[in-house]
Design a binder for this molecule. Structure first.
Ligand SMILES: *[C@@H]1O[C@H](CO)[C@@H](O)[C@H](O)[C@H]1NC(C)=O
Ligand SMILES: *[C@@H]1O[C@H](CO)[C@@H](O)[C@H](O)[C@H]1NC(C)=O
Ligand SMILES: *[C@@H]1O[C@H](CO)[C@@H](O)[C@H](O)[C@H]1NC(C)=O
Ligand SMILES: *[C@@H]1O[C@H](CO)[C@@H](O)[C@H](O)[C@H]1NC(C)=O
Length: 367
């Protein structure tokens, strides 16, 4: 044993001298590192494949930088992660890589303390607020069990992800209900293939999910409260404007402005196809139970639909529940011929008013 260990050490030393350091860091294996500051993380992440972030206070204006990790790295948030205050764009946390597994230890919390930025204006004005979590350029990766509180503005931005599962993420921005939280989207998805968001528990003040582009996206077993619903869009006007193969299932939306929502941009081009909402329960929806509209411009409806972003193969199956008094149950505003091939079954939204302003309702659906 003794001589074997010595031999290994000698081989290791030989390796250190034989290969450039970047190659060596790529080959780092199974070393576990606990970091308590962003400085030590920056200095040490190259040589670790098992990273524990223990009670880190991230310096104001800096990103907790988990990009460029070794393939197969695991990252565990432990204790309370906090962020210094500065008006800037963020993100507060950024992760990229291949085969990355991000998780939260029991009792951990990632606390954005968004109240320091909240002014009721979100990303439309007032203080510049940092976006929370960039999950960009992540392949074959998982983010599991994170416990997030009070993001300053948007939460998870998922972009150029190929095979990413986010499981059992809790986002509790409920302090923002009375405190000026705005545009606190939970999950924004774009330019990705193979994203699954399972078992999310969200309390916020904007979309629970917003898919702007991408394919093979799933949101299942989630609960959304306080926000704007489970949304596709708005689609159009970006670099990528095609959404396909989306499944939203076994989820509930309560105390929210909208339930099911698909919106496309006025005058833009693109496509939304094969989107399914199944087994979705609604309660206390204050604006629209189900809303599909092709008239968005600068984030607001114009009332005039255009046909450039078609919405085809939109399936609603077992979408049931109630809207608040005075809310609209179902609203469909399509351009002429730009919504088709829809299949709606067991759609029952009650408790509010029937819209008299629907237009170009495709066969298979009704207002
Ligand atoms: C991630 O996957 C995409 C799509 O398969 C591929 O184009 C890209 O090169 C991959 N990135 C890495 C770093 O492996
Ligand atoms: C529609 O999307 C689902 C995923 O939600 C996928 O399984 C199915 O193959 C897609 N259908 C077509 C015709 O692409
Ligand atoms: C309905 O939801 C709104 C928030 O969207 C909330 O203010 C209101 O208290 C809720 N009503 C009930 C009866 O829970
Ligand atoms: C309809 O969806 C609800 C969840 O909203 C679920 O509890 C129920 O079992 C579903 N019904 C059927 C027939 O699948």
């Amino acid at each position: 044993m003794q001589s074997y260990a010595t031999l290994s050490l000698l081989s290791y030393v030989a390796l250190v001298h034989a290969v450039p350091s970047r190659t060596l860091s790529r080959r780092a294996t199974s070393s576990s590192c606990t970091f308590t500051s962003t400085e030590s993380l920056a200095a040490g992440k190259d040589s670790c494949t098992d990273i524990v972030l223990d009670g880190i206070t991230v310096t104001a204006g800096e990103t907790l930088d988990l990009t460029g990790l070794n393939d197969g790295t695991s990252v565990t948030f432990q204790g309370t992660t906090t962020f210094g205050y500065e008006e800037w764009e963020g993100p507060l946390v950024s992760v990229s890589g291949v085969g990355i597994a991000v998780a939260g230890a029991d009792g951990h919390v990632i606390d954005g303390d968004g109240a320091r930025w909240w002014d009721g204006e979100g990303s439309n004005g007032g203080k510049t607020k940092p976006k929370f979590f960039a999950a960009h350029k992540l392949n074959a990766s998982t983010i599991t069990g994170l416990n997030v509180k009070n993001t300053p503005v948007q939460g998870f931005s998922i972009n150029q992800a190929y095979g990413l599962t986010l499981r059992d993420i809790t986002i509790d921005n409920s302090d923002g209900d009375a405190g000026g939280g705005h545009n606190t989207d939970a999950f924004d998805v774009g330019s990705s293939d193979g994203v699954r968001i399972l078992g999310a528990d969200v309390r916020n003040q904007d979309d629970c999910l917003a898919v702007n582009s991408g394919t093979n996206i799933e949101f299942s077993g989630g609960s959304c409260s306080g926000g704007h619903g489970l949304s596709i869009g708005s689609v159009g006007g970006r670099a990528d404007n095609d959404v396909s193969n989306v499944l939203i299932s076994r989820s509930s939306i309560h105390d929210s402005q909208n339930g099911v929502r698909v919106k496309t941009v006025y005058g833009a081009t693109g496509s939304v196809t094969n989107v399914t909402y199944s087994d979705v329960a609604l309660s206390n929806i204050t604006k629209y139970g189900v809303v599909v509209e092709q008239d968005y411009e600068n984030g607001s409806p114009t009332g005039t639909p255009t046909t450039g972003v078609s919405i085809t193969a939109l399936t609603l199956s077992n979408v049931t529940g109630t809207v608040a008094d005075g809310a609209t149950e179902v609203y469909i505003l399509c351009g002429s011929g730009s919504c088709s091939g829809w299949t709606w079954s067991d759609v029952s939204v009650t408790g509010g008013k029937v819209s008299s302003e629907c237009s170009n309702i495709p066969s298979g659906a009704s207002c």
